[in-house]
Design a protein around this ligand. Structure first.
Ligand code: DAH
Length: 342
C-alpha cells in the first residue's frame, strides 16, 4: 500500500506537465475540482498517508507536496493565459469611434462669494494688512463684552444671535471678535484683515442666516479718522473703479467712537439715481470708526498711547452690488445656471 502511494504520486508527478490545457474558465474549474477539490485525486491520495511506514513518510509527504504545488502552478498559468486571451478578444471586437464628440466633464469655478472675498483680502494685504481668522463658535466675551457691549445693552438685540446654550457659546454675529483676539495675540502696532462666516437669526431676500464679513483694523501711534478715510477710499477705488466716490455718515457701534457708516456712489447708475440706490445716488457699504478706548483697554492696550480705526462689511452685499444680484439666497442655492454666470 505504501509503495503504491509513492508509485501513484510519482506517476501523477510525471503526468502533471502533460495534462490537457484547459481552454476556458469552465474547463479550468473542472480541472481544479478533479485534482484539488475536497474529493479530488490529491486529497484521495493523501488519505493513504497514515498507512505509509514511518521511514517512508518523509519521502511520501514531500512528493505529495510537490504534486500539489505542481498542479497549482499549472492551474495558475492556465488562468492567466485564459484571462489574457479573453481581454485580447475583447479588444479585437471592440469598435472605437474616434469621430464621436467627447463627454464634457464640466469645469468647476470659484464661487462668486469666495472670489469677492479673495479680491478684498488681496487689496488689503497689498496695503500691508495681515490676515487673521477666528472661530465661528464664539464666546459672549469676544462677540460682545470685549467689544464694549455691556451686559443687557440694547445693541446686543440688534444682532439676532444664535445661542449655543448647552456650551454657553454663540455663533459669532460678526467678524469684529477677531479684533479682540488679534489685539490680545499680537499687541500694537497692528493691521489686520479678517474674513469669515458669521451667523444671524434672520432671513429674507437681503438677509441670510449665514453670510460672510470682512473686518479690518489698524492700531498704531497717531492713527486718525483721516487714515481710515484714505484707506477705505483706496480700497473702494480698487474694488469698484477709480471714479467711485465715498462718503462717511455718523453712526453708532459700541466698539467705535466716533462711529460711521460709509456709502459709495451707486455702482449701477454712477450716482445719477436708480432703483438700486433708491434714487439717492449712494449705497451703504460698511460700518467703521475709531476703535473705542474700552476695546483697547480690555486687550491691555493703552488708548493714551495708541489709536486705531476699524471697519467691517458684508461680502454678500459687496458681491450683490458688484454683480447686480438682487436676491442673496441665489448665492447659497448652488444652482448651476446662476453660478455659471461668474
Ligand atoms: N460688526 C459690525 C456689524 O456686523 C460692522 C462694523 C461696524 C465693524 C463698525 C466695524 C466697525 O469694525 O468699526 O454690523
Amino acid at each position: 500500500m505504501a509503495a503504491n502511494l509513492i508509485d501513484s504520486l510519482l506517476e501523477l508527478k510525471v503526468q502533471v506537465p502533460s495534462l490537457p490545457e484547459p481552454a476556458d474558465e469552465k474547463e479550468l474549474d473542472a480541472l481544479r475540482v478533479k485534482y484539488l477539490g475536497k474529493k479530488g485525486i490529491v486529497s484521495l491520495l493523501s488519505q493513504g498517508m497514515p498507512s505509509v511506514p514511518k521511514e517512508q513518510k518523509p519521502e511520501a509527504g514531500k512528493l505529495l507536496q510537490e504534486v500539489r504545488t505542481g498542479i497549482e502552478q499549472m492551474l495558475e498559468r492556465a488562468r492567466v493565459k485564459i484571462r489574457r486571451e479573453k481581454i485580447q478578444r475583447e479588444i479585437e471586437q471592440e469598435f472605437f469611434d474616434i469621430s464621436l464628440p467627447g463627454a464634457n466633464p464640466g469645469f468647476g469655478a470659484r464661487h462668486p462669494i469666495s472670489a469677492v472675498m479673495e479680491e478684498i483680502v488681496d487689496i488689503f494685504t497689498g496695503m500691508g494688512f495681515q490676515v487673521e481668522e477666528g472661530p465661528e463658535a464664539e464666546s459672549d466675551y469676544y462677540n460682545f463684552e470685549g467689544l464694549n457691549f455691556p451686559p443687557e445693552h440694547p445693541a446686543r438685540d440688534m444682532q439676532d444671535t444664535f445661542h449655543l446654550t448647552e456650551i454657553e457659546m454663540l455663533l459669532r454675529t460678526h467678524t469684529s471678535p477677531v479684533q479682540v483676539r488679534a489685539m490680545e495675540k499680537y499687541g500694537p502696532p497692528l493691521s489686520v484683515i479678517a474674513p469669515g462666516k458669521v451667523y444671524r437669526c434672520d432671513a429674507d431676500i437681503t438677509h441670510s442666516p449665514m453670510f460672510h464679513q470682512i473686518e479690518g483694523f489698524t492700531i498704531d501711534k497717531k492713527v486718525t479718522m483721516g487714515d481710515l478715510k484714505g484707506t477705505l477710499q483706496t480700497f473702494i477705488r480698487r474694488l469698484y473703479g477709480a471714479d467711485t466716490k465715498i462718503r462717511l455718515r455718523p453712526s453708532f457701534f459700541p466698539f467705535v467712537e466716533p462711529g460711521a457708516e460709509m456709502d459709495v456712489s451707486c455702482v449701477i447708475c454712477g450716482g445719477k439715481g436708480c432703483r438700486v440706490c433708491k434714487h439717492t445716488g449712494w449705497l451703504e457699504i460698511l460700518g467703521a470708526g475709531m476703535i473705542h478706548p474700552n476695546v483697547m483697554k480690555s486687550s491691555n492696550i493703552d488708548p493714551e498711547v495708541w489709536s486705531g480705526f476699524a471697519f467691517g462689511m458684508g461680502i454678500e452685499r459687496v458681491a450683490m452690488l458688484k454683480y447686480g444680484v438682487d436676491d442673496i439666497r441665489l448665492f447659497f442655492e448652488n444652482d448651476m445656471r446662476f453660478l455659471r454666470q461668474f
